[in-house]
Design a protein around this ligand. Structure first.
Ligand SMILES: Cc1ncc(COP(=O)(O)O)c(C=O)c1O
Length: 441
């Protein structure tokens, strides 16, 4: 075990990701251990995990099957290359993933993160069309406010200004659908909002502008998470699917947060009854324990690559750690845990209680919207004039002081607890938030 108690003056070397480094290093928030629904801090406090880490620890923390699987695998086969070589557990895990994947998904490509899954999917889409003789289909369509990780493809199709504006001209040949957030019409909706399905028709306008023969794929998060939980209007995803099919455009669902039970169904594709051509995943694939991502594709996409001489590599893409044995072991331990405890559908049993408890915050200070789906929730706060994000950040700090981990993005509080949460713990989390909203300026 390495040092658990790190003094503040030791913190300089680590340039922390997506963090206000100077603020953090003045008053650090250190998590030193975790079990099930709770973290333990370096000052000996228990913190209720309201965010499943970063939307990833779906089965809760330090689950025995996962821990044991990793330990055993590390002692048996620590690393093996996956380029022109194989190891059994990578194939076993892929089969197990396909068993739970939405119907139509028949193959899995391994990555190490959500960002890499997105890059992989975008490259696959362009290369697929080329393999089919449609080499002019290279354009990629994302959506305003979309989050698809932090690599160049992902930020190009993504639509979060702060993630894009510092990084130059990004990928060319990208266009964006409008986002679907509409407070004026949909505020305080429980579940899917009524208004906005017609925003999918904007794809027709984009097709008319560029011509379908130049467009490879549309990528969207079925439920946009990191931008602050934007839930698709009723019928929106179905319409997007229809328009993509009509024009021969591939539809990619970025299920990095919605995959593995977050909505109360194994995948958002199952929940909404809409089947995309490619699904990107990460996070819950190993319960967040070992970095891993997985891209699911249909037989049609996979088979389009399987041509040419057999000694030739079909897809010039992959990572040193694609299908890493320890990640696969963690994944198998994770799927066993999900199965034994019914976690891929447990969210549907809790969704009503989650919804009603969350919406009981309506009327508390600063709250301008509350939204929810499955075991995801968001509370949007009125920003402080001239100081956007400050109010939500204060809420985050106060919640942590009180013993709850929440996540904020802009002035939105996002919640996504582990799927093992009890009704009592849901009440506890929301009670913390009620107190926090009453405390902050
Ligand atoms: C929808 C979506 N795509 C991609 C990513 C990027 O995943 P990672 O941070 O593992 O690269 C995230 C992360 O939150 C995400 O929510």
């Amino acid at each position: 075990m390495y040092h658990k108690n790190v003094a503040p003056n030791d913190l300089n070397a680590f340039w922390m990701p997506f963090t206000s480094n100077r603020q953090f290093k003045k008053s650090p928030r250190m998590l030193v251990s975790a079990k099930n629904m709770h973290y333990q801090t370096s000052d000996g406090r228990e913190i209720l995990d309201g965010t499943a880490g970063l939307w990833c620890v779906n089965a809760g923390h330090c689950r025995p099957r996962i821990t044991q699987a990793i330990q055993a695998q590390a002692a048996e086969l620590d690393y093996a290359p996956a380029f022109q070589m194989g190891h059994p557990i990578a194939f076993e895990f892929a089969n197990r993933l396909i068993d739970i994947a939405p119907s139509g998904m028949e193959h899995v490509f391994y990555t190490n993160s959500g960002s890499e899954s997105v890059e992989t999917a975008l490259k696959m889409a362009i290369a697929y069309h080329r393999a089919k003789g449609n080499g002019s289909r290279t354009r990629l369509i994302g959506r305003e406010r979309g989050y698809h990780g932090v690599n160049f493809g992902g930020i190009s199709v993504g639509g979060i200004v702060n993630n894009r504006k510092m990084f130059g001209s990004l990928l060319t040949g990208v266009d964006h659908l409008p986002h679907t957030h509409n407070l004026a019409k949909n505020a305080f909706t429980k579940g899917e909002p009524e208004h906005g399905a017609e925003l999918a028709d904007e794809l027709e306008r984009i097709v008319a502008l560029h011509d379908a023969s130049t467009i490879a794929a549309v990528i969207v998060e079925p439920v946009a998470g990191s931008t602050g939980v934007l839930i698709p209007p009723k019928g929106y995803l179905q319409r997007l699917r229809e328009i993509c099919t009509k024009h021969g455009i591939l539809l990619i669902f970025d299920e990095v947060i919605t995959g593995f039970g977050r909505l109360g169904a194994p995948f958002a594709a199952d929940y909404f009854g809409v089947t995309p051509d490619i699904i990107t995943t990460a996070k819950g694939v190993t319960n967040g324990v070992v970095p891993m991502g997985a891209v699911f594709v249909t037989k049609d996409i996979h088979d389009a690559f399987m041509n040419g001489p057999e000694h030739m590599i079909e897809f010039f893409h992959g990572y040193t750690y694609s299908g890493n044995p320890i990640a696969c072991a963690a994944g198998l331990g994770t799927l066993d845990t999900y199965k034994e405890e019914g976690l891929l559908t447990r969210g549907s049993e809790l969704a009503d209680h989650w919804q009603e408890t969350l919406h009981s915050l309506a009327g508390e200070p600063h709250v301008i919207d509350i939204r929810n789906i499955g075991l995801i929730g968001a509370i949007e706060l009125e920003p402080i004039k001239g100081e956007p994000t400050k109010r939500a950040f204060s809420a985050f700090l106060k919640a942590y002081e009180r013993g709850a981990l929440i996540r904020t993005t802009g002035d939105i509080i996002a919640l996504s607890p582990p799927l093992i949460i009890t009704k009592g713990q849901i009440n506890e989390l929301i009670d913390h938030l009620r107190e926090v909203l009453r405390m902050i300026d």
